[in-house]
Design a binder for this molecule. Structure first.
Ligand code: HEC
Length: 144
């Protein structure tokens, strides 16, 4: 039960809706699209961990690889302080660049450690990934 609740909370993290509709700055669009890919891969894993969809090894691996790959690009995508009225990125990112970079690395590391040999292992290791999303969003993404 506790695990189910925790995973439901994690899912909130992945909700983008159409946050990037109408974004004009191409760099901002690129980083939002990368986040959206991370978000949808994360959702796939959460729904497997919650048993809403069957645990599928190849799909889980693809989702993990998507997160690892895009999280590895976060620093490059955010390095320039591009802005757009629709962006939710806070200026604190560039004022604390090293910490922001560490948060991006934390996501890569936790995604690399994902274990999907069974549902319990996935649920356990997914918690750290969700924690990495939350740790960064809390400080560097505006709440809208
Ligand atoms: C290193 C920091 C960092 C990490 C780690 C991170 N995010 Fe983000 N995320 C951001 C920032 C900053 C934005 C806002 C970007 C903007 O609006 O310009 C964002 C935006 C998003 C968006 C909205 C995209 C859109 O279309 O506007 C989603 C969805 C998202 N993140 C999901 C996730 C998920 C899921 C994880 C973990 C698996 C995660 N993020 C990890 C920093 C991070």
């Amino acid at each position: 039960m506790f695990r189910t609740l925790t995973l439901s909370c994690l899912l909130l993290l992945a909700n983008a809706a159409t946050a990037h509709n109408g974004v004009k700055d191409p760099q901002v669009m690129a980083r939002m699209m990368a986040m959206e890919s991370i978000g949808s891969a994360f959702k796939t894993l959460v729904s497997m961990a919650k048993n809403e969809t069957p645990l599928h090894q190849a799909k889980a691996r693809m989702a993990r690889d998507t997160i690892v790959q895009h999280s590895g690009n976060i620093k490059a995508l955010f390095e320039a302080q591009a802005s757009d009225p629709k962006s939710e990125a806070l200026p604190a990112i560039w004022a604390n660049w090293e910490d922001f970079s560490d948060r991006a690395d934390d996501l890569t590391t936790s995604a690399q450690a994902l274990d999907f040999k069974d549902r319990a292992a996935l649920a356990d290791t997914l918690g750290a990934v969700g924690g990495a999303c939350r740790a960064c969003h809390k400080q560097y993404r505006e709440k809208k």
